[in-house]
Design a protein around this ligand. Structure first.
Ligand code: FES
Length: 102
């Protein structure tokens, strides 16, 4: 098993009953998951960066939330247009994008 360097958790407002309903979902976060997967794949980082969709982090007003571990960096109000910058600067360059951090 290969352990990823970064685990990226993106809130898609998943609930235990299987229903996706919540703020991040309403802000198109499933599209964010897709964008992250494409960007990571396009840059050949699939073995280093794992993308997972999650349930609510409890800070919906800052959503869509993207949490990156092991660093514990949380990004808020993330839009599709921000994905390339996060992947390039954080996952390739090792520098979190301060302007998006919460
Ligand atoms: S629904 Fe995403 S943080 Fe609450």
């Amino acid at each position: 098993m290969i352990k990823p360097k970064y685990h990226v958790m993106i809130c898609t407002s998943c609930r235990a009953n299987g229903v996706q309903k919540g703020f991040c979902f309403s802000q198109n976060s499933p599209e964010l998951v897709q964008r992250f997967m494409e960007e990571v794949d396009d840059r050949g980082l699939s073995s280093e960066v794992m993308i997972t969709n999650t349930g609510c982090f409890g800070i919906c007003s800052e959503g869509p939330i993207v949490a990156v571990y092991p660093e514990g960096v949380w990004y808020g109000k993330v839009k599709s247009d921000d994905v390339a910058k996060i992947v390039e600067e954080h996952f390739e360059g090792g520098q979190p994008v301060k302007s998006l951090m919460i």
